[in-house]
Design a protein around this ligand. Structure first.
Ligand SMILES: Cc1ncc(COP(=O)(O)O)c(C=O)c1O
Length: 364
């Protein structure tokens, strides 16, 4: 069996042709294709607006700035996520305040959000981690009670649904990433969705040097624009997204029904959500016969890639650790030392899936 990587980009001739067309047009920067991608992405998510941007971190940063987050403000974020969920807050001069996560779904705990609200709290970033929507209604209720802005970090959850509605349409902003390993990709890239006209206008200033007319700058902005090259890939990938997600869900279902080994907990899905399995994350308990590092080595020796998402919870990253002692998020810390992601990408074939399950089930 050839090596099975944890992620593999699903790109074909259509993406190559789309990029070639852009190159041949001579219009490489942000143009018609970006606008087309934005319209299609907003339609897909069920929002009024979508603003294309050059990566998911910039998406979070721009959304926070559009929500007027700045010095002295606090933003509640889950401790168990990729660093960008928190660092985007710091990039605004505000303070990320860490909230622990649910040990079953790995997603932000709404009850703890309420406990951490202070007069300085201005917003909550909820992450649809690994492709599973967080408990949106419960978080929305806390936000409404305390007049907080809600930002969905949907970097890992394109097409995921909560009670039948796609994510990105629930918060004041939805932030997506199209990084090369995501459910849909443009290499580097991102999108901010919103249904408020004023936010849409503000976002467009923020991502383009604060420029309201050519060479007229009315606020400090950034160069966060997406290129037409990335947008051309994005339009093709968006058409394929449902098919990709279906494959991911089928792969996950196969694991759910074929992996059976003592001490290995399989992912748990909350009621009312449509999980799109950006990652298939298992958890090793004390009953599992191998230590995590040995399990990774065992899989590697058998040609199976795996990854730890994430080995250090954000509140304990060196850059934030000093502010977080004693540890305010013990569940996130425990998860960091016990989780492992298995390959679940759409290019896995049935032989590879069977081989992975068989290899895992032989652990004793
Ligand atoms: C949860 C989460 N938030 C934000 C980001 C940042 O996206 P990007 O890598 O495109 O900057 C990522 C992607 O890596 C992510 O997984």
């Amino acid at each position: 069996m050839e090596h099975i990587p944890i992620a593999r980009p699903a790109l074909g001739q259509d993406e190559i042709s789309a990029v070639t067309e852009v190159l041949e047009s001579g219009m490489l920067a942000s143009g018609e294709r970006v606008l087309d991608f934005e319209r299609k992405f907003a339609d897909y998510c069920g929002t009024t607006h979508a603003v294309a941007i050059n990566n998911g971190t910039a998406a979070l940063h721009a959304a926070l700035l559009a929500a007027d987050i700045g010095y002295g403000d606090e933003v509640l974020v889950p401790a168990f996520s990729f660093i960008a969920t928190a660092s985007a807050v710091s990039m605004c001069g505000a303070k990320p305040v860490f909230v622990d996560v649910d040990s079953r779904t790995f997603n932000i705990l709404p009850s703890q959000i309420e406990e951490r609200v202070t007069p300085k709290t201005k917003a909550v970033i909820g992450v649809h981690l690994f492709g599973q929507p967080f408990d949106i209604e419960a978080v929305q209720q806390v936000c409404e009670r305390h007049s907080l802005k809600l930002i969905e970090d949907a970097a890992q959850a394109h097409g995921a649904q909560y009670k039948g509605q796609r994510v990105g349409a629930f918060g004041h902003f939805g932030c997506f990433s199209f990084y090369a390993t995501k459910n849909m990709i443009t290499g580097e890239g991102g999108m901010v969705t919103t249904s408020e006209k004023a936010y849409n206008e503000r976002l467009r200033l923020i991502i383009n040097h604060g420029q309201s007319e050519k060479y007229l700058h009315t606020r400090i902005g950034y160069n966060y624009r997406m290129t037409d090259i990335a947008a051309a890939i994005g339009v093709v990938q968006l058409k394929k997204l449902e098919k990709f997600n279906l494959r991911r869900r089928k792969n996950a279902e196969y694991y759910d029904t074929h992996i059976s080994v003592k001490g290995l907990e399989l992912p748990k899905v909350a009621d009312g959500v449509h999980h799109v399995y950006h990652q298939y994350v298992v958890r090793l308990t004390d009953e599992f016969p191998l230590k995590r590092a040995d399990f990774i080595e065992y899989l590697k020796a058998k040609g199976i890639g795996s990854a730890i998402h994430y080995p250090i919870p954000i509140q304990r990253q060196p850059v934030y650790a000093l502010q977080n002692d004693p540890d305010p998020c013990p569940v996130a810390t425990a998860l960091s030392s016990s989780v492992l992601s298995l390959p679940v990408h759409p290019l896995l074939d049935s032989k590879e899936l069977a081989y992975i399950c068989d290899t895992i089930n032989k652990v004793q």
